[in-house]
Structure formats: structure tokens, C-alpha cells
Design a protein around this ligand. Structure first.
Ligand SMILES: *Cc1c(COP(=O)(O)O)cnc(C)c1O
Length: 422
């Protein structure tokens, strides 16, 4: 099936007389006839649901759908995008390990990596994703275990050169993890360009209606964990599972099986059946919504770049964008609904502009079907100092505009009157 059809049909196919719509299995637990059967489930010797933290039929169906959309071998839903990024890294890094990460990433991910994972003893080197290979090579160390970047960066809207970074990562025998939140598998499928693991905040476009927090990790199944002995937690016996070796027991799906069986078991940041149901509703209309988000954003980006009060616009879909070639390669159908721009009047003009908007609302959210704005420097990226802000591609007067599904004329009209007052 093609993408649009997978959005409707992947993950759940009812048999004769079963509900047409994915049911919410609102149960934390599942009944079994014998201790023997439960023991087999606990040994991971048999597949089956036994406790919703580790798996639930509703959540499972959505995981299968997202895995199909990304072209992966398996997926794990989490309680938020933050939890997905955390588990994706912790699954292959332990204290003493190190990883390489693009600096222009979501502020929450930046804090997780730069502060909290550092406290866990996991070190990170942030690199400028526009630097040449020679410069980026310098960040790798013998204990480097992965490379991380965002397809379309939040909020600076840079395009990550997935193929180049996958080659750099693979040259050092480590996987590339890509946060594909803004692109969604409708606009970009990072596995086709060599990424090994994809994470999403499903809170954004996948849900699309701003109703349910969530995240997901998808495993491509293509990384060879056994090749170089760098990932003993996948290739050597897990004492917490009677000496199970993930690469032997789960083959290509070793990474995602371990993330669930070990880290989700221990950390418990799972998606709920009801949450997965909402997410599934969002996924069903994702292709249509992404198309409209892109078309509306293109109109707004053109309008903003021609406006005398606007100093700069960052949208990879613009002909004038320095990322034009990368956008044509990675997001040929459109660069999502997110635009970042700066007003000539700097921080104050940005604030006046936001405070003057009518239909468009100020909210700490992005990638929603209603058009919304945010001032990153005073909100999502508030913990970053000026140098870190600059590294993340953000200037203090930058406004992040998330173009929704309203009629483009109404969005432009609101932008016009607020810009007049800025
Ligand atoms: C929002 C976001 C996250 C974090 O996701 P939550 O669901 O808010 O925890 C991670 N990455 C990107 C690109 C995001 O936009």
C-alpha cells in the first residue's frame, strides 16, 4: 500500500464481525489460563500482551502503523517526544559513552542532552550541521555511540543532510538517529537516506489537533549492532532477562525490542490506549493535512519575505532559502507548516506583533491545525544563553509561526494587520 492507504489501514485489520474502527482496549492487564503461559511472556519467548506499560493492543496497532509509514521493522510509542529521545539514546549509551548531536535542535532535546544526560555520565558534543565533514569528524571519539539530528530543525527550520550524516556516523560504526517530527513520514522518510532510528514527538503533526502528548521511536532494522562490538548491551546477555541476547532473540528488531523490554519496563514512560486512539485519528488524515500545511506555509513565507517590516524569513521551501537544494532532496513535497522569521524592530517589534494578532493565537505549541505563534527566546529556548541561542540558529527577535489549515487569505489578513502594529 502507498502512504495515504497505510494511514488508513496499517496496523489494524478487523476480522469478520470485529469493530471497523480501532478499539480502545482500556485495560492495564490481560488474563491468562496458566502460570506457564505468563512465564513464557516474561521470558520474551512468546509474543502477547500482559501489562499495558509493555504493550497494549490499541498502542500496538498505532506502533505498527507508524513503523509501516516510516518503513521500519518496529516502533515503540512513548508518553511524549522527550521520552522518545531519552529512550532512543539511553538504549545504546551508558555512563562513560558519548554522542554527537547537531546544535540546532528543539530546546527541550538540547536540555535533555546537555544537562540531564550529562548528569547520567553520558557526554555530548554539539556540532554545527552546516560545517564540512572534516570539522565534524573532529567531534567523534572512541566512545562515541551515535549521531543525532532533526530533519527540519525546531525552530530554526534548517534542513539536516541525513545522507551525509549517516555516512559520517557509519564511517565511525555508529547509528544515526533522526528526529523527524516536523517532516513526518509524509514529507520525508529518513530511512531512505540512511538513518537507522527515527524519533517523533507525535504531539505535533501526527496528532495534529493539539489533544494528546506522545512520542514514538522507530527502528529501521538496518544497523548491524554486531559488526564492531560497540554495543554490548544489544549483543551480550542481559542479566535482567535471564541472559537473553537481543540481537540473537530479535534479529533486525533487536534495538526496538530492547527499548521496550528493558527501558520501557524500567522507566515506564508509556503511551496510553486512549492516547494512542487519538494519535491514530490524527494519523488517518495526516497526508491531507500535511499537504495543506505546506501550501499555506508557502503562501505565508512568500508574503513575509516581501514585507518591508520583516528582516529575514527561514523556510526551506522558499526559492531564496540557502537550504533550497537540501529541501528539494529531503522534503520535495513541501517543508511543513513551520516558518521562522525576524522583524526589523527586533525583540520589541516581535512582541508587539504577537500581541496584536487576532485569529492567530500565541501558544506553546507548534504543528497544530490552528495557526499559532511563539517567541522561542522567551519560551521554549529560554534556558539557552545568547551563544547557545546563536548555535541553535535563533536570534532573540525570531518569531516561530506554525501555519495551520485555515484559509490562507485569513492567515495573511491577520499577519498583515499585526505587522502594521509591530
Ligand atoms: C516538541 C518536540 C519534541 C518534544 O516532544 P514533546 O512531545 O513535547 O515531549 C522533540 N522534538 C521536536 C522536533 C519537537 O518539536
Amino acid at each position: 500500500m502507498k502512504t495515504e492507504s497505510l494511514c488508513q489501514h496499517a496496523g489494524y485489520s478487523p476480522r469478520n464481525g470485529e469493530p471497523r474502527v480501532l478499539p480502545i482496549v482500556q485495560s492495564t492487564t490481560f488474563k491468562y489460563d496458566s502460570t506457564d503461559e505468563v512465564a513464557k511472556l516474561f521470558d520474551l519467548a512468546e509474543e502477547g500482551f500482559f501489562y499495558t506499560r509493555l504493550g497494549n493492543p490499541t498502542v500496538d496497532a498505532v506502533e505498527r502503523k507508524i513503523a509501516a509509514l516510516e518503513g521500519g521493522v518496529g516502533a515503540l510509542c512513548t508518553s511524549s517526544g522527550q521520552a522518545a529521545s531519552m529512550i532512543a539514546v539511553l538504549n545504546i549509551c551508558r555512563a562513560g559513552d558519548h554522542f554527537v548531536c547537531a546544535s540546532s535542535i528543539y530546546g527541550g532535546t538540547f536540555n535533555l542532552f546537555a544537562v540531564t544526560l550529562k548528569r547520567f555520565g553520558i557526554d555530548v558534543t554539539f556540532i554545527n550541521q552546516r560545517d564540512g565533514n572534516e570539522e565534524i569528524e573532529k567531534a567523534f571519539r572512541p566512545n562515541t555511540r551515535l549521531v543525532f539530528g532533526e530533519t527540519l530543525t525546531n525552530p530554526s527550520m534548517d534542513v539536516f543532510d541525513i545522507e551525509r550524516f549517516s555516512m559520517l556516523a557509519h564511517a565511525h560504526n555508529v547509528p544515526l538517529i533522526v528526529d523527524n517530527t516536523f517532516a513526518t513520514p509524509i514529507l520525508c522518510r529518513p530511512f531512505e537516506f540512511g538513518a537507522d532510528v527515527v524519533v517523533h514527538s507525535t504531539t505535533k503533526y501526527m496528532d495534529g489537533h493539539a489533544i494528546q502528548m506522545g512520542g514514538v521511536i522507530v527502528d529501521s532494522g538496518s544497523f548491524d549492532w554486531k559488526a564492531n562490538g560497540l554495543f554490548p548491551e544489544l549483543t551480550e546477555p542481559d542479566t535482567s532477562y535471564h541472559g537473553l541476547v537481543y540481537t540473537e532473540a530479535f534479529g533486525k528488531a533487536a534495538y526496538i525490542a530492547k527499548a521496550r523490554a528493558q527501558l520501557m519496563r524500567d522507566m515506564g514512560c508509556c503511551q496510553t490506549p486512549q492516547g494512542a486512539f487519538y494519535l491514530n485519528l490524527g494519523l488517518e488524515t495526516l497526508p491531507l493535512r500535511m499537504e495543506r500545511h505546506c501550501r499555506n506555509a508557502e503562501v505565508c513565507a512568500e508574503f513575509l519575505s516581501a514585507h518591508p517590516k520583516v528582516a529575514s524569513v527561514k523556510y526551506p521551501g522558499l526559492v531564496s532559502s540557502p537550504d533550497r537544494a537540501l529541501a528539494a532532496k529531503y522534503v520535495p513535497k513541501g517543508a511543513s507548516g513551520v516558518i521562522s522569521f525576524s522583524l526589523k524592530g527586533g525583540r520589541d517589534a516581535g512582541a508587539r506583533f504577537i500581541d496584536s494578532l487576532g485569529m492567530i493565537s500565541l501558544q506553546v505549541h507548534v504543528a497544530d491545525l490552528r495557526t499559532c505563534v511563539l517567541h522561542p527566546a522567551s519560551s521554549t529556548h529560554r534556558q539557552l544563553n545568547d551563544a547557545q541561542l546563536a548555535d541553535a540558529g535563533i536570534d532573540p527577535g525570531m518569531v516561530r509561526l506554525s501555519v495551520g489549515l485555515e484559509n490562507a487569505d485569513d492567515i495573511i489578513a491577520d499577519l498583515t494587520q499585526a505587522l502594521e502594529k509591530a
